[in-house]
Design a protein around this ligand. Structure first.
Ligand SMILES: [Zn+2]
Length: 130
């Protein structure tokens, strides 16, 4: 199943010649590979299929969220925790990939599973330290 995503790289379609810039909406499918900014080309020339579920998910993700970052100094101990968090994140990412090999990495579902595993890894670490 393909999804509508924001392009992370500049590119162009080898079939119809359409080009896109970073941030443009493009249609992307991993298996079988299909990519184009033109929906018709994506579906008809390349056999891509748009998952309606992902479309809805991505639409939701585009809602504007205002975040106010508090102005505080971050201590070294917190930075160390952040480094550890990143190690857990990478581990959770690879675990999700190996446990759900068919799940597309660029989907909301993958991200949800990954953050659940990340949370579990942190919980297990906390238990071990007791
Ligand atoms: Zn095309």
């Amino acid at each position: 199943m393909g999804t509508k995503i924001k392009a992370k790289f500049v590119g162009n379609c080898k079939l119809c010649g359409e080009s896109w810039a970073v941030g443009d909406d493009i249609f992307y499918q991993k298996m079988p590979k299909a990519i184009c900014s033109d929906k018709e080309c994506f579906e008809q020339n390349q056999g891509g299929k748009i998952s309606t579920y992902s479309q809805a998910t991505f639409k939701g993700n585009n809602d504007v969220i205002i975040t106010k970052i508090p102005e505080v100094n971050v201590s070294d101990s917190v930075k160390q925790i952040a480094d550890m968090w990143m190690e857990f994140f990478v581990t959770a990412h690879h675990m999700t990939k190996s446990i759900y090999p068919v799940q597309d990495v660029n989907t909301h579902v993958f991200g949800q599973i990954r953050s659940r595993i990340l949370y579990q890894l942190c919980s297990i670490t906390a238990l071990q330290k007791q």
